[in-house]
Structure formats: structure tokens, C-alpha cells
Design a protein around this ligand. Structure first.
Ligand code: PMP
Length: 396
């Protein structure tokens, strides 16, 4: 039965992890994966999460099936976070939101629904993008192409190229946009550039799919959510996927969501009914634990304030590490201006290092980033930063 099955290529990032785990260099540093570690190099268990789990343990409940679209309070909390509690779309009931298995699950439910809705549409993703975007939309049956985004020659954005590519797209093309903290480059477009993108999306009749995996890691929860408000104000209907993997440090609980902004409440209920069919025929209904934690924390004013403070700490620590990286590289003798690293935002930095340099960093120094030069700034800490800077200085 399986004799003709070919071996699939290894996931590039997970492959890097395996290589890291097997590395015997005691000074090794893993900047490959997209995970936030605290200053002790540990994956944090947020206090707000622990506090809510304690209340769950004090009052154990049975684990029945959840509704197909998830915990109602969770979906309501997602809507408030993404669109704003008092926003018109939330008040008028024209957002269809479902609890999903992480941000990936939100993207996949959206992709499967879109494929039924508009089977001949193409999907455009940024060049480069989170490596799973292409595979996910391809596996949902779409032809996936890219729009220009990063310009290696300037180590910055090619915004003119991005706009030109969006302008050239056929009506109905699905455009996947990183709402904030672009993965992998760390470069976001400005508010004024978003306005230009929105104008093209509207004029050309493109379908925006905003991937918001890092709300709160850029400038703040509201600040990062502002781009959603811009799409609402433009009168567009669109998709937003949400991930709490990073913002709650709940990677393994698979907590995310998909929200679809529709023209009105009645349309939203029809869209929701279709999203439920996609869910029902894939995994029936979502798991209880992670969703209960997020809904519990967001629904309790004290725990929510604690969450915002803890998320703020993560955001501030990453920014401090960016500055330390720039200063440390200079101190280690790197002559090039590396200050662009502080213009980038979120968990990642496109360092501008070549594949050869990244390979040398791994093999000679045990410093692991991807071959594209992407480094996870959120894995730097006060103990490994000097070593990382000294290592980079030796390869550039
Ligand atoms: N989108 C982007 C841009 C991401 O970086 C990630 C996580 N690396 C995801 C989606 C998926 O998030 P999750 O782990 O919650 O599925």
C-alpha cells in the first residue's frame, strides 16, 4: 500500500531544532524557532495563566464537547480584542468568530472556506512570509504566488513593489497580510502605507486575510489592533486569524481563532454556519483547556490587567534585546551599521547575514538561525547576548 509513498522534505525550522538538540557545544544558542524565552532562557508560564488554572483546579469541571465554534465567551473575547469591544462591527454583530487550533487552525479554516467560496481565486503571500503560509494555502487547493515585500539589497522593504504587485492582482485574489510583527523580516509597513494598501485592496476588489499572530508584541494590544480598524473604516469585508500561542505563552494548547467581518449580522450567521461545516468535517469541535484559560483571563479584570502587564514585559524585553544586539555588535567590532535591527519589530529579525554566514554561525559557534538570516530576538537574553554578538562579529 505504501511502497510508492515518497519521503516528504523535513520542516526547515524543526530540522534546525533537531540539529540544535544534537549539538554538543555547551555555548550553543537557539535563535531558530519562533518562541519567546525569558531572560533565563526559559519558556514562561504566565502568572495570569497559573492563577486561572488554580481556580480551575479548585473547582474541577467535567469535559463535555464544546460547541463546534468553541466557547462563546472565548469568541466574544477574541472579537473584542481584534475589533474593539465598543466597535461598530462587534456591536452590530457582523463578525463571525470561531475558536481554532492556534493561528494555524484559524488560517486553515479560513482557507478551506475561501476555497469553497471562490475556488478559482489565487492567493498572494509576502515574499518572504511565514513558511507555512504557502504550504497551507497550497494544500487548501489554491495557487499561491507572492507579492514583493523585502529588499535584500537595502535590507528594508520594497513598498513600491508590494503596491505594484497588489495593483496587478485580479479581483477576488486573496491577499495574506501580516497585521503586525512581520514574520520573518521584522519589518512592518507604516500606518500611511497601510492606507495605500487598503486603497488598492478596495479598488481592485481583493480579499484581505490578515494574519495576526503577534497582537501586543509590536506597540501594544490596541496599537497593533489599529490596522484592523483601518480595514473596517474602509468598508471592507475580510478575514483575521488570531493566535494566542505567543501572547499567552500557550503554544501547546493550540489556542487561536478566525474572525470574518461580514456586511451585516444575517450574513455573518450564514458565514458562521459554513465555517462550522468546515470544522465539523475536520475535527468536530475544539479542545476545552486552552480556550477556557484565555476566556477566563480575558474575562476577569484583574487577570486581564496581569496578562497585559506580562505581555508588556515580553514586548519591552524583546526591544531591549534589539538595542543590546545593535550595541553589542558594534562593541564586538562589527563595522556595518546594524541599527536597522531596532527599526524591526516583534519576535524576529532579518539580520542581513548570508546563508554561508548563518551556516558558519551554526557549525563554528553553535548559534542557530535560519539560512535566510532570520534570528529570533525573543530568544536572546542577558547571558547569551555577548556570545552571540562575538560570534556574529567573527563571521561578518
Ligand atoms: N502566522 C504567523 C505569521 C506565525 O508566525 C505563526 C506562528 N509561528 C502562526 C501564524 C501560527 O501560530 P500558531 O502557532 O498559533 O498556530
Amino acid at each position: 500500500l505504501f511502497s510508492a509513498v515518497e519521503m516528504a522534505p523535513r520542516d526547515p525550522i524543526l530540522g534546525l531544532n533537531e540539529q540544535f538538540n544534537a549539538d554538543t557545544n555547551p555555548a550553543k544558542v537557539n535563535l531558530g524557532v519562533g518562541v519567546y524565552f525569558d531572560d533565563n532562557g526559559k519558556l514562561p508560564l504566565l502568572q495570569c495563566v497559573q492563577a486561572f488554572e488554580k481556580t480551575m483546579m479548585d473547582k474541577p469541571t467535567a469535559r463535555g464537547y464544546l460547541p463546534i465554534d468553541g466557547i462563546a465567551a472565548y469568541d466574544a473575547a477574541v472579537k473584542s480584542l481584534v475589533f474593539g469591544t465598543d466597535s461598530e462591527p462587534v456591536k452590530s454583530g457582523r463578525v463571525a468568530t470561531i475558536q481554532a487550533l492556534g493561528g494555524t487552525g484559524g488560517l486553515k479554516i479560513g482557507a478551506d472556506f475561501l476555497k469553497k467560496l471562490n475556488p478559482t481565486a489565487k492567493v498572494l503571500i509576502s515574499d518572504p512570509s511565514w513558511e507555512n503560509h504557502r504550504a497551507l494555502f497550497t494544500n487548501a487547493g489554491f495557487t499561491v504566488e507572492s507579492y514583493r515585500y523585502y529588499d535584500a539589497s537595502t535590507r528594508g522593504l520594497n513598498f513600491a513593489g508590494m503596491l505594484a504587485d497588489l495593483n496587478a492582482a485580479a479581483a477576488g485574489t486573496v491577499v495574506v497580510l501580516h497585521a503586525c510583527c512581520h514574520n520573518p523580516t521584522g519589518y512592518d509597513i507604516t500606518a500611511a502605507q497601510w492606507d495605500e494598501v487598503i486603497a488598492v485592496v478596495k479598488a481592485k476588489g481583493l480579499t484581505p486575510f490578515l494574519d495576526m499572530a503577534y497582537q501586543g508584541f509590536g506597540y501594544g494590544i490596541l496599537e497593533d489592533g489599529a490596522v484592523i480598524g483601518k480595514f473596517v473604516d474602509a468598508g471592507l469585508d475580510f478575514f483575521v486569524s488570531t493566535s494566542f500561542s505567543k501572547s499567552f505563552s500557550l503554544y501547546g494548547e493550540r489556542v487561536g481563532a478566525l474572525s470574518v467581518l461580514c456586511a451585516n449580522k444575517e450574513e455573518a450567521s450564514r458565514v458562521l454556519s459554513q465555517l462550522k461545516i468546515v470544522i465539523r468535517t475536520n475535527y468536530s469541535n475544539p479542545p476545552t483547556h486552552g480556550g477556557a484559560i484565555v476566556a477566563g483571563v480575558l474575562g476577569n479584570p484583574e487577570l486581564r490587567a496581569l496578562w497585559e502587564a506580562e505581555l508588556g514585559e515580553m514586548r519591552v524585553r524583546i526591544k531591549a534585546m534589539r538595542q543590546k544586539l545593535v550595541d553589542g555588535l558594534k562593541a564586538a567590532g562589527v563595522k556595518q551599521d546594524m541599527s536597522f535591527i531596532t527599526q524591526q519589530i516583534g519576535m524576529f529579525s532579518y539580520s542581513g547575514l548570508s546563508k554561508d554566514q548563518m551556516v558558519r554561525l551554526r557549525s563554528e559557534f553553535g548559534v542557530y538561525g535560519t539560512d535566510t538570516g532570520r534570528m529570533c530576538v525573543a530568544a536572546l537574553n542577558s547571558k547569551n547576548i555577548d556570545y552571540v554578538c562575538a560570534s556574529i562579529a567573527k563571521v561578518v
